[in-house]
Ligand binder design. Structure first.
Ligand code: IVH
Length: 671
C-alpha cells in the first residue's frame, strides 16, 4: 500500500471507529459486533505502525492509556471557570426567580432545569475540530492539564465537525455501577474503598498513569458551551442540542421550564427520582435560557447571577464519637474504627464507622468526644466527614495509635501509611482468616458469619481454618449456648460437611493468599487442577500465567512454602476437603452466571420463572426472590417494577432476558 492509499484507509477506519464509539458510548446502541470493532481497531493500529506519519494524536487508537506522567501541567483557562451560587430550599429558589424576573422585566422567565452531576468539573478546548486540552477547574483561573486521562473516556469525541475553536464544560463522573464494581475489586485486593462516586472520579482523573484512568470506567456529561454566541447560538437549550449534534453526551433529563411553578415541580420530581438514576447527582441546576441576557444579569466574583444550584438536603448526620477501637484484618492490617452514639443516617442506623488509618484521623483532627459529621451515599459505607470543632468543650482526647496490637500484644509496623500486625498467629488475624474462608465467595458455609466465628474462637471451639472441620466435636457445647437450637447446629454442621465438596477455586480463594481473589483463584484452579500442584511451583512458573504479576507470584509461592500453611493444608486434606478442580466436569466456573446471586423480575417470555431458576441454578448460580446488596444481577422482563428500580439504585447489574439468553447460549465457550 502506498502512502496515498494508506491515508485514505486511515481516514475511512477512523471515521468508522469514531461513529461506532459514538453509537455505543453516547447513544447506548451499537450497530456493530465487538469482534468487528476490534478487527477495525487492529487494522488501524497496524496501519499507523507502518505509516507513523499518518497517526494523529486524536486517533481512536489513542484511547487506551499512554505514557505515565510525572505531574499535571498548569494551564490558564481562556475564560474563568466559574462556580454556582447555591439554593437550599424553596424560599431560596423563589428569591432567585424574583431577581431574574426583575432583571429581565418580565412576569415569567424561561429556564433550563438540569441535573447537578456529582463529579469533577472539566473544560475541553477544541481547535480545528480536534480536542486540544482537557483542564480541571483548579482555582477557576488556572486548571490542570489532564488530557491524557480524559481522552480515555470513550464517550468524549476526540474530533468534531465544528472547525471553529470552542470550549465546552461539563462534569466527568463515575457511574454508580462502575463504583460498585471498582469497590468490589478493591475489596478483593485488600485496597481501601472509595466512599462515593465523586471521590472515585476525582481520584481516577488525578492518576498520573493514564492506563489506570482508562481502567476506571468513567463517563462525562457536557452542560455549557462557553462560546455559544460566537457560534451564533443565543439560547442555552439550543446550545445543548448543538452539543448533541456534535457528538457530545449531554444529559437528557434536562427540561425547559417556564416560571417558578414548573421549576418547583421539577425539584419535587427529581427529589423522588434521584436515587434511581445510574449516576450520582447532588442537586439540580437552573439556568436562564436566554444567553443574550447573561451580561445584563451579570456576575459576582465567583459565580454567574443567571444560574443557581439547588442542593438536595444532605444525607448527613451528626453524632458523638464515643471511642476509637482498632480492628485487625486477615492480612494483619489495623483499622481504627469510630464507635458512635447510634444515629440514623439516610435511613439506616449507624453506630460504627471506619476511620481508615492513623493519617486520616490526624488530617481530619478527629478527637474522642467530638461531635462528628457522618455521610452516607446510596449503598456505600458511612463516611466520617469531620468534627464540629465549634462544639468542643475541652474534654476531647486526641487519638494515639498504640505501638502494639490490642489482640496479641505484638508490635505494629507502619507500611505505606497503614499499620500492620505482622504476627501470623495473632488471634484477630486468625478469626478474620476463618471469616474469609467460610464467606460466600470462598467455601460458602451458611450460618457462620463473623460474630458466630468470633464467639466460637473465643470459646475455644475454633483455632484456625482446619479446626472448622472439627467443630462437630463441640456440637453439644454449641447447643448449650443461648440462641442455638439442635436444628440450627445440625444445619451448620451439614453446611460445613457439604463445603468439603467445593471446587478448588473456592478453596484457593478461601485460603486468603495475598493478591489472590475470586478471579485469579478461578484461573489458577482451572490451570493447575489440584491444590498439591502448587507445592512445587516456582515463581517463574507462576509468572507464565496470564493475570499474575511478580507480586502475586511471590505471595503464592511464599504461601505454599510456609510450614504453618503446609501443616494446615495437610489437616484440611485429612478431614476430607476436596483439593480438585471440579468445574470442567460439572459447571463452567467461567460462565457469566456461575456463583452469582440472581433475581428474576417481570414476565419472562422464553421460560417460566421456575424453569429459568432451574437452568441458572444448574450452572452454579443462586436465585433469590428479593434484591439486596448481595444480589449480583437482576434479569428483567416486561412489567418489571420496584425490584428493577431498587437494583438500579444499588448499582447492581441489570440485564434483559435476551442478553441473559445470549450468555446462556455461550455456555461452555468460556464466555
Ligand atoms: S453550570 C457558569 N451545570 O457544579 C456555569 N454546573 O457547584 C458553570 N455542575 O462548578 C457550571 N452539574 O462543576 C453547571 N448541569 C450543571 C452542573 C454543574 C454539575 C458542577 C460544576 C460547577 C459546580 C457548582
Amino acid at each position: 500500500m502506498n502512502l496515498e492509499e494508506a491515508k485514505g484507509k486511515v481516514k475511512e477506519l477512523t471515521d468508522l471507529l469514531n461513529k461506532y464509539n459514538y453509537e455505543y458510548y453516547v447513544l447506548n446502541q451499537s450497530s456493530v459486533s465487538d469482534q468487528e470493532f476490534d478487527r477495525l481497531m487492529n487494522e488501524l493500529t497496524i496501519l499507523e505502525k507502518e505509516f507513523p506519519e499518518l497517526a494523529s494524536p486524536n486517533s481512536p487508537t489513542k484511547r487506551v492509556g499512554g505514557a505515565v506522567q510525572t505531574e499535571f501541567k498548569k494551564v490558564p483557562h481562556r475564560r474563568l471557570m466559574l462556580s454556582l451560587a447555591n439554593a437550599f430550599n424553596e424560599d431560596d429558589l423563589r428569591d432567585f426567580d424574583r431577581k431574574m424576573r426583575e432583571a429581565l422585566h418580565t412576569d415569567c422567565v424561561s429556564y433550563m432545569g438540569e441535573m447537578k452531576i456529582d463529579g469533577l468539573g472539566m473544560s475541553l478546548l477544541y481547535e480545528d475540530g480536534n480536542l486540544k486540552y482537557a483542564l480541571t477547574r483548579g482555582d477557576g483561573v488556572t486548571g490542570e492539564d489532564v488530557t491524557a486521562n480524559v481522552r480515555t473516556i470513550r464517550s468524549i469525541p476526540l474530533t468534531v465537525g465544528e472547525k471553529r475553536s470552542f470550549e465546552v464544560r461539563g462534569e466527568v463522573y463515575m457511574p454508580k455501577n462502575s463504583l460498585a464494581a471498582l469497590n468490589k475489586q478493591r475489596e478483593e485486593n485488600g485496597e481501601s474503598l472509595f466512599a462515593n462516586c465523586r471521590n472515585a472520579a476525582a481520584g481516577s482523573i488525578r492518576q498520573l498513569d493514564p492506563n489506570v484512568a482508562a481502567s476506571r470506567k468513567l463517563d462525562a456529561f457536557w452542560y455549557y458551551l462557553v462560546n455559544a454566541r460566537e457560534l451564533n447560538i443565543h439560547i442555552h437549550s439550543d446550545s445543548l442540542d448543538y452539543l448533541d449534534t456534535l457528538g457530545f453526551k449531554t444529559n437528557h433529563e434536562r427540561r425547559k421550564l417556564r416560571g417558578i411553578d414548573e421549576l418547583l415541580a421539577y425539584v419535587r420530581e427529581y427529589t423522588e427520582k434521584r436515587d434511581s438514576l445510574p449516576y450520582d447527582i447532588d442537586g439540580l441546576v437552573f439556568k436562564v435560557d436566554d444567553i443574550d441576557s447573561y451580561d445584563s444579569i451579570g456576575y459576582t466574583a465567583k459565580t454567574p447571577k443567571w444560574a443557581i444550584a439547588y442542593k438536595f438536603p444532605p444525607k448527613e448526620a451528626y453524632t458523638k464519637l464515643l471511642d476509637i477501637v482498632l480492628s485487625i484484618g486477615r492480612t494483619g492490617r489495623v483499622t481504627p474504627n469510630a464507635i458512635l452514639e447510634p444515629v440514623r443516617v439516610d435511613g439506616s442506623l449507624v453506630q460504627r464507622a471506619t476511620l481508615n488509618n492513623e493519617d486520616f484521623v490526624r488530617e481530619k483532627d478527629v478527637r474522642i468526644g467530638d461531635i462528628i459529621g457522618l455521610h452516607k451515599a446510596a449503598d456505600v459505607i458511612p463516611e466520617v466527614t469531620g468534627p464540629l470543632k465549634e462544639r468542643r468543650d475541652g474534654n476531647e482526647r486526641p487519638f494515639v495509635m498504640p505501638s502494639t496490637c490490642p489482640v496479641c500484644g505484638g508490635p505494629l509496623t507502619k507500611v505505606g501509611g497503614m499499620h500492620f500486625c505482622l504476627n501470623q498467629h495473632c488471634a484477630a488475624r486468625k478469626v478474620e482468616g476463618i471469616v474469609h474462608f467460610v464467606s460466600r465467595d470462598a467455601m460458602d458455609i451458611d450460618g457462620m458469619g463473623p460474630s458466630v466465628t468470633e464467639e466460637f474462637f473465643n470459646e475455644g471451639f475454633l483455632s484456625d481454618i482446619p479446626s472448622i472441620y472439627h467443630l462437630k466435636g463441640h456440637a453439644q457445647e454449641i447447643k448449650d449456648i443461648d440462641g442455638w437450637s439442635d436444628r440450627s447446629v445440625d444445619n451448620l454442621l451439614t453446611a460445613i460437611e457439604n463445603s468439603k465438596n467445593q471446587s478448588l477455586e473456592r478453596l484457593l480463594n478461601g485460603l486468603g493468599i495475598k493478591e489472590v481473589g475470586t478471579k485469579l483463584s478461578k484461573s489458577l484452579a482451572k490451570r493447575y487442577k489440584n491444590l498439591e500442584a502448587f507445592y512445587t511451583l516456582g515463581e517463574e512458573d507462576l509468572l507464565k500465567v496470564d493475570d499474575i504479576g511478580p507480586v502475586a507470584a511471590k505471595h503464592i509461592h511464599d504461601y505454599f512454602h510456609d510450614e504453618t500453611h503446609l501443616d494446615e493444608l495437610k489437616r484440611l486434606k485429612e478431614s476430607g476437603v476436596n483439593f480438585d478442580y471440579l468445574g470442567a466436569d460439572t459447571v463452567d466456573v467461567n460462565s457469566y452466571f456461575y456463583g452469582k446471586t440472581i433475581v428474576l423480575t417481570g414476565t419472562l417470555l422464553s421460560h417460566t420463572r421456575e424453569e429459568m431458576t432451574e437452568i441458572l441454578e444448574g450452572i452454579g448460580a443462586k436465585c433469590a426472590s428479593s434484591v439486596s446488596k448481595k444480589t449480583d444481577i437482576v434479569i428483567y422482563g416486561p412489567g418489571a417494577g420496584s425490584k428493577l428500580a431498587k437494583a438500579q439504585e444499588l448499582g447492581i447489574e441489570t440485564m434483559d432476558e435476551k442478553t441473559a439468553l445470549d450468555h446462556l447460549s455461550r455456555l461452555g465457550s468460556n464466555d
